[in-house]
Write a protein that binds this ligand. Structure first.
Ligand code: ADE
Length: 242
């Protein structure tokens, strides 16, 4: 997969992709991430990318010319394969695991980091295939949102995770994680649940599934409704209601 990100603040994105597992994915060739300075497509001495809104009001709006030039140049540069163009904006559909999965099937993504005040509407109408928000709050711009989307998408690429852990999530819904423990077995008087030390793998798997169901029901009942539950899961949930 190739991901191109258009931004006026390239420095904001270098950190998130230069560390940790995303960096490893890049090094292993699972994904190519290119951060592109929108200003390099702006003309004039000041390379101006934004301007005051027609009709007045606060803030600045991204001008159409640099964005059209950037997107058209990037689309042409790569020959036949057209990237899916996504604008990060609070007005977009709310990002979730299902959308992450959908995007992970694309060959090329081109993410446009908008500024909070906005982007000329003609960009939306003509250039953009999809608009995504990462939640109902306002960021100063789309850069952190792009980092979130890239992180969630890249970890789903084939070869990134062990096949088994991806398969566990492969439904549109997912459960919250069961509680995790590591050494020592007793810390400040708090003991690890004995089943985890029992060596009984079937009992451990049952305990974990039950905890995941319980936790999801307590904290995110909305996720439970979307999750693919087995008859055994339903039996466990009933049991826990008592
Ligand atoms: N830009 C500003 N706020 C945003 C949000 N919540 N999601 C995506 N892009 C944004």
């Amino acid at each position: 997969m190739k991901i191109e990100i258009l931004t006026i603040f390239p420095g904001m994105l270098e950190g998130p992709f230069g560390e940790s597992m995303i960096r490893r994915a890049v090094e292993r060739g699972l994904v190519e991430i290119e951060i592109i300075d929108l200003r390099s497509f702006a003309s004039g001495r000041h390379r101006q990318v934004d301007d005051a809104p027609y009709g007045g009001g606060r803030g600045m709006v991204f001008k159409p010319e640099p964005l059209f030039k950037a997107v058209e140049t990037l689309q042409e540069r790569s020959g036949g394969s057209r990237a899916r163009v996504i604008l990060l904006t609070p007005q977009g559909r709310t990002f979730n695991q299902e959308i992450a999965r959908e995007l992970s099937g694309e060959k090329r993504l081109l993410l446009i980091c908008g500024r909070y005040e906005g982007v000329d509407e003609r960009v939306r109408e003509v250039l953009v295939d999809d608009e995504i928000s990462i939640g109902d709050y306002i960021l100063t711009g789309g850069e952190l949102a792009a980092a979130v989307v890239v992180d969630a998408v890249v970890r789903l690429l084939p070869g990134f995770l062990e096949e088994a852990s991806v398969a566990e999530e492969s439904f549109s819904g997912f459960l919250l994680e069961y509680p995790h423990y590591t050494r020592p077995p007793v810390f400040r008087g708090m003991a690890v649940p004995p089943v985890l030390l029992s060596g009984d793998h079937a009992a451990i798997a049952r305990w974990r599934r039950k905890q995941a169901l319980l936790r999801t029901r307590q904290r995110r009942p909305d996720l439970l409704e979307k999750a693919a539950l087995s008859p055994e899961d339903r039996r466990l949930l009933k049991e826990m209601k008592l």
